[in-house]
Design a binder for this molecule. Structure first.
Ligand SMILES: *Cc1c(COP(=O)(O)O)cnc(C)c1O
Length: 425
């Protein structure tokens, strides 16, 4: 399709978009009395209107039933997490028994590393990507220290080549091969938070396992954004947060995945708690831990139901939309945004560079734009004029044209505001 940088053309695309009406399902902040163009759904998704009813339901059940709500609430609290299994497993390509929701992302990755990072003898190294999300870096450092290793030795980063913005698959595979029988764990962000690069999860997982390592994924920027087939790809474990593309609200609960092949391994170490105990016998208050055979066996505490309620609202919306429809629009609107950026760049010599891969197979709902020459003042101009983006040092804005609530006309309007911002300087 040949794109055009006109309002008419953008409106035509909106009228053909089968997900267009989902915009009305969300609450947008306003700037200057106009709803904003929201590009930061990769950081905190917008609030769906239907969410409040899910939270109110828990509040009302608590008011009316108090402790009895554990068993008699409209959605009983004691096994509230099980309502996620079916819809969430479809979003990440898993069996229902392989997913659960609990805690928050970094906490879950730590807990999963207790099970899947078991350094022994010469096999103790972790491969991750260079400039991983800071929380992941702190996690790796503290985990290797906990096991008595030095981080310079035990953490192996895959680097970008000189002058390149993205990591090459061949370099990941070569590094795995090189570390070989010293490799205990590969743990990478499935979609890089800074550049938006999507990694080939299937190929990297197979390569890591071939040399005898476990392979896990931080899917913070992947869940609800890219097509995942965690079961078929034989991923050992994964975790994600729900407040980015999954619109569950600030700091909310994390989802996690543990492959079926590990469910009956009684030798796996783990940090246990009563919510991971055999469901039928949970309230018998027995002294010996008997884990649920599934991801639920990694549960620890009874559930923060008030925070799971918005997550459930979101998961049900995703189930209704389906990842395939979402991904089709995602690719199209992302290409349109890329086109708009190039057009504006030509018109006003913006001199910006998209550092996200241009190959649609290596990117998802994010374009990271390096502003050569422009800087923070342009970002401030956008914010003042109702375009919410985010700023990353040294000179990058990240734009996530989230398919659930961004329109093609938003992309056009953004282009015009961007152009004005450059001209006014
Ligand atoms: C957002 C993000 C996190 C955040 O972790 P929390 O524990 O939810 O604060 C971790 N890792 C990556 C890659 C992220 O993008």
């Amino acid at each position: 399709m040949t794109f055009q940088n006109t309002r008419e053309f953008a409106r035509e695309l909106d009228s053909q978009d089968t997900l267009n009406h989902y915009q009305d399902e969300f609450i947008f902040p306003k700037v200057n009395d106009k709803r904003v163009i929201y590009f930061t759904g990769n950081s905190l998704g917008l609030q769906p209107k239907r969410t409040k009813a899910y939270v109110d339901e828990v509040m009302n059940d608590w008011a009316e039933l108090a402790v009895e709500g554990h068993f008699y609430a409209q959605k009983p609290w004691w096994d509230y997490q099980e309502r996620f299994a079916e819809p969430l497993s479809k979003i990440v390509g898993a069996l229902p028994s392989e997913v659960t929701v609990m805690n928050t992302l970094t906490v879950n990755l730590h807990l999963l590393m207790v099970s899947f990072y078991q350094p022994k003898g010469k096999r103790y190294k972790i491969i991750c990507e260079e400039k991983a999300f800071p929380s992941d870096q702190y996690m790796f450092q503290s985990q290797v220290h906990f096991h008595g290793y030095k981080q310079e030795d035990a953490i192996v980063e895959i680097k970008r080549r000189e002058g390149e913005h993205n990591i090459r698959l061949e370099d990941v595979l070569a590094k795995i091969e090189e570390v070989g029988d010293e490799l205990a764990l590969v743990l990478i962000g499935g979609v890089n938070y800074y550049t938006g690069q999507v990694f080939d999860i299937k190929t990297i997982t197979a390569a890591g396992q071939k040399v005898g390592a476990k392979v896990g994924w931080d899917l913070a920027h992947a869940a609800g954004n890219i097509k995942l087939e965690l079961h078929d790809w034989n991923v050992d474990f994964a975790a994600w947060c729900s407040y980015k593309y999954m619109n569950s609200g600030p700091g909310n609960a994390s989802g996690c995945f543990v492959h079926e092949k590990h469910h009956n391994d009684a030798n796996l170490p783990r940090f246990a708690g009563w919510w991971g105990h055999n469901k039928e016998r949970r309230f018998k208050m027995e002294p010996t831990f008997d884990p649920v055979h599934g991801a639920g066996g990694w549960q620890i505490s009874n559930l923060p139901v008030l925070s799971l309620a918005p997550y459930l609202a979101s998961v049900e919306m995703f189930a209704e939309v389906g990842m395939d429809a979402l991904i089709a629009k995602r690719d199209h609107i992302t290409s349109y945004l890329e086109f708009i950026l190039h057009e504006i760049d030509k018109e006003v010599k913006g001199n910006f560079e998209v550092i996200t891969p241009s190959n649609p197979l290596e990117r998802a709902s994010q374009l990271s734009v390096f502003l050569h020459g422009e800087g923070r003042s342009l970002f401030d101009y956008l914010m003042k004029n109702g375009v919410i983006t985010d700023w990353r040092e040294p000179n990058v804005i990240r734009l996530a044209p989230v398919p659930l609530y961004c329109s093609y006309e938003d992309m056009y309007d953004f282009g015009q505001i961007l152009k004005q911002g450059i001209l006014e300087k």
